[in-house]
Design a protein. Sequence first.
Length: 269
Amino acid sequence: PAVKQLWGDGDHMAEIDDMVAEQEAIRGEKAKSVCDLFRDKAVRWQVITLFLVSSCMQLIGVNVVYFYAYDVFIKAGILPAQTHYVSLGVGITEILSTVLCGFLIERAGRKTLLWTTYTVMALALGLLTVTLSLQDSFYWVPYCSVALIFIFIMSFGVGPAGVLCPLPTEIFIQSYRPAAYVLNGATNWSQLFILGLLFPFIEMLLGPFCFLIFVVVLVISAILIYFFVPETKGKSTSEITEEFRTRQFKKKQHQTMEKNATEEKTFCT
């Protein structure tokens, strides 16, 4: 009855079976602390994945784009008294992109949304660096900068902004989720604080070329996510956890083989 009240009428046996399997897996374990999260080698890959995606939320330069947006809008010919309408347009774009993410996240998958949107955002920032450098050369260049800002914001809403929220729930079992959300929030806000302190000096030294730093971060993040982050689409928490454990086992097996090979070589010598 509770499940039907929450999700409506329909066949929810798959979700119920997943809950039962997860409950059996934790076997009444108490909620883990953040220290337990770091000490437990069984969830090391999950911690690395969460830290990678959480770090990208701030280090990809979304707040830097907002910092430059006002100057770009003024250069494009928008009167200072009308910039609040453009700000409203930015907010509407964020809302629409979040709604679009809700439609795409189950069809495309979390991993696909992340690495594709990071790629689009890297291209947008790279082109924005060029247009900001040339904005006084041609009258139409500032309008290109405005379009690139909207593309960047929409890509951010479709990808990392929408995917990060359910990620700790999907890759951690119940006993680790509170600590995972604490780690997620601490990573996000601490890096926002550090970026807020350092960015004025970076902007003073590099000007619009400061975006190139975030382009590098975006490209590296897209590559790491494409090769190392598993897809969670259509998988239960138990299946995702088992996939991480398999990856951890393969790493240990590879290290053991290298160690044995070294010992054999030393013995032969």
